[in-house]
Write a protein that binds this ligand. Sequence first.
Ligand SMILES: [Zn+2]
Length: 812
Amino acid sequence: MSSKVTLLFLLLHLAWVLMFSRGFFPVKTRVPGQGTFSDLPSAPYSTSSGAAAPSGRDPLGYIPPYDQVVFVLVDALRSDFVYGEGSGFHSVRQYLSQGYGEAFVAVARAPTVTLPRLKALVSGTVPAFLDAILNVLEDDDDEKKAGKGNNEQGDGKDAWPSILHLSKNWKIEMYGDDTWMRLLPPHTFTRVEGTTSFFVADTVEVDRNVTRHVPSALNRKGEWDALILHYLGLDHIGHSGGRHSPLMQPKQEEMDAVIDRLFRGLSPPENHPIEGSSPQGPLIILCGDHGMTDAGNHGGSSEAESSTSMLFLHPAWRRPEAKKNEDRFHWSLQNSWSPRNIRQVDLVPTLSLLLGAPIPRNNLGTLIPSTISSLPGKMYNGQGKEKGEASCLWHQGRQFHALFLEAHGIPEGEQRELSEMAANALESKAMEYRVDRMVLALVLGILLWLLLSRKSLPSSQIPHMSMSVLIAAILALQVASVFASSFVEEEHQTWYFWLQSYWMYLLVRPRPGMRRAGLVGQMVLLRLIRTWNQTGQKWAHLPDIRQFLTRPEHEALLWILVLSTLIIMLLRAYRVWGSLGHGRVCFFPRLWLVVTRAATLSILLIQLDPPNLTHSLVARVPYKASTAWCTSDLLFLLLFKPHQLPLIAFFHAQRHLLPSSVGLVSEESILFLFLAHSSFFALGGSNSIASVDLSTAYTGLSSFSAPMVALLTFLSNWSGPLWWALAWIPRRPGFVERRLQDRMILRIMVGLHLALALAVLVLREHLFIWTVFSPKWLYTMAWLAYFLVMYLIWWVRDVWVDKMGAGIEDVD
Ligand SMILES: [Zn+2]
């Protein structure tokens, strides 16, 4: 099979995987249009479903308690940042203790990344998984296709800011993350200035650019009705330094000062709040969109990522009953504190009611009871248009409503239970898979795999019986493991285990010329590598070398390790590039040559200026795989965090200690897969979205460019496997065997992806489908991209070697 045929198979593989993904990531069903007052039941004019309420007016004659709102979103504001011990939010906690507000822990759904959380916070919806991850904004394409008409309106219009603007003609100002501007229709805001969330390293300017608008907004406080501030600095601190970064506490204090300033600015003159049972005046909301893990990442569904702070502060009104409790609260200010849990989407109907606006039609949140004191408000309800269970609940809700109007009240618990049931029923209905597409794609995948397996290996390539059994057992177990969510979460364990078992096997049954010391060395190395970064879910919190090295007191050790790695890289580059036929050149000129080439090449690679790059490669560096491999070291040098660098030295050691040839194609292929996968997990990778490391995604970029950020993210997160793809080149066998090897790797890969696809199809109603299997499928697609790159690198080199003949053997 020529590489062209393999390429064709690879593309076919890509095709069915994409087709399966289209079926698996559901299209969200949403009610078209936007919430209006006419959505409300027709009461109190009539308890039957008769005449509609006059449009544009609140039919309940309800007077909303608040007439102005400041919505402060602090990105990644985990619940304990406000409520936990050592919080920097001193004045916020003070105000709460004095009865000026109420606090909740708002639980966000996975994926805990900004865009879907923001959608949840403005429209109360559950966004589709894929569009959330890819930050794709929804338009109503599907609705347009279905010809339902009446819909230039996407999610953006069915959100509380747009509804306030349209139904109550509110003037809204927004400063902060420009996602808001992409999410909501442009005319929603009377004044707006966006900041970009893409420079993760900036933790200062990004927030200054928001805060500088606060004084002027307070001076003009009669000119706006809603003020939205979205701060990104705290999230950026998390991404670059984790939860325990020294910048974290000062940032919390900075955010606290902003709230304090807003609170004082909006307090009534002479600071005399009204004490009474019903709230009034302006409302300040402080909330986070998602939390973060202690390492500072987010995306998954762990408690740390999904618990966010949500506070309602009202400077003009003081809850009277809090007064007598003040001392007790004061005492608790020093300690951690655990407010009641609500769902994040519950903000949407609650806020709509507090401001007297219609609730977004697609909202799935329910009312937070304690925030509303006057009863008529409690009887609002979102309008369900689903059939079946949800529809029943909706009608039941209407009956309760009628009952309430006749008898003045139904028990609050019952009403709450009902709306929660309705919300859950709607939520599960909101997503639907296209099973037909998934099945068709799976069938195509199986056909492809059968085609690939058509030719059996030549007899000279069939390994020893015991080895065949070992390989078959490993593959069978790997296939079986994708059906168990815990195994998917802890996938690294299996790869480490297989690789270690393989070395063990060779130790027990050594081949001629194979050194036992080398095998023992491999086992020790793997043990060290796997302890470098704890990953997965269950044991990710256990101490690891990364944590040890990043402690301030171990800085010297980290430096020694990093410098040793640099020396190893340099020696390696020196050996390879120094041997490129310059004869007997003195040491220092040669070293100089190596360093300048390395620097030029890595800068070029970072800038990725293709014409320059090709020119430089053609002019200066002979085409040798080992050259590319050394250059990749230098690229990774720029893309790695310091504590990860020593792993490159370990990879070199692993590579150096590899038995010169383990023999047959199948064994070589599987060894390559072991090494590539274990290196991915060793660098901290996992199957959770939270472990995608964004900290180096902006290296060398002076302005944001989505393709470059995606490329750099891919390069840094898959750097381990990419390193092995390059390091494997000198090991590639002769012409015939390497074709067999390429096909073998492809076969194993297609087999594993098929198994996962089947698991996803079978387990699509499983509890963990969104938190475990969907991320795993996204990772699988990224791995597919990796394999495409790997084959391309290998084939480019093959073509070159075949052209030039044996003259350019690589330095190993
Ligand atoms: Zn965020």
